[in-house]
Design a protein around this ligand. Sequence first.
Ligand code: ATP
Length: 174
Amino acid sequence: MSEVCVRVAVRIRPLLPKEVLHSHQVCVRVVPGSAQVMLGSDRVFPFDHAFGPTASQDEVYESCVQPLVESLVHGYNATVFCYGQTGSGKTYTLGGGNLDEDGGIIDRVAQDVFFLLGEKRRNSDGVEATVRVSYMELYREELRDLLELHTMHKELHIREDEKGNTGNKNLFSD
Ligand SMILES: Nc1ncnc2c1ncn2[C@@H]1O[C@H](COP(=O)(O)OP(=O)(O)OP(=O)(O)O)[C@@H](O)[C@H]1O
C-alpha cells in the first residue's frame, strides 16, 4: 500500500431507472485507464481511484479497503468514510445487506476481519483479539444506535473526554 495517509476514491453510480425514464444525461465519466474523472467535456480531476458505473462492489473493496483491513490486523488504525450528496450511492457502497456480489464494504470488512484474525491466531501462539462494533446513525441532529433497537427513542449524546476522545453515551445508562 502507498505511504499516503489519506486516499480519495470517486465512484460514479449508474443512472437509476427513474433517471433514465426522465432522460437524465450522464455528465461525469472516468477517463479510460486512469484514476481521473472528466466533468462535462474538458474538466479533468485526478483521484487515487476512480470507478465508473460498471465497477463491482468487489472491485471497490479490493482496491480501496482490503489493504486497510490487512494493516488493521497488524496493529494500524484505519478509517473509511463515504461522502457525497443524497442519492449518490454512499449507503449502497457501504452497506448492501447480503454478502453476495452486492455486499458492501461493511459486509466485506466484517468477513475479512474475522478471517484474518482466525489466520493470525492459527499461525501465532497466544494471539488474542477483541472485536468491538458500534453502529450509529446521525440524521437531522438525532443520534441513533442502530444495534440497540430499544434505545431508538432515548436521547444519545456524543461526548468528549479530557483527551479529546469521542464516544457516545446513553443518557439513561449512567
Ligand atoms: N454503484 C451502484 N450501482 C447500482 N445502483 C446504485 C449504485 N450506487 C447507488 N445505487 C442506487 O442508487 C440509489 C441511491 O443510492 P444510496 O441510497 O446508496 O445513496 P445515498 O448516498 O446513501 O443517499 P442518502 O444520502 O440520501 O442516504 C439506490 O437506489 C441505490 O441502490
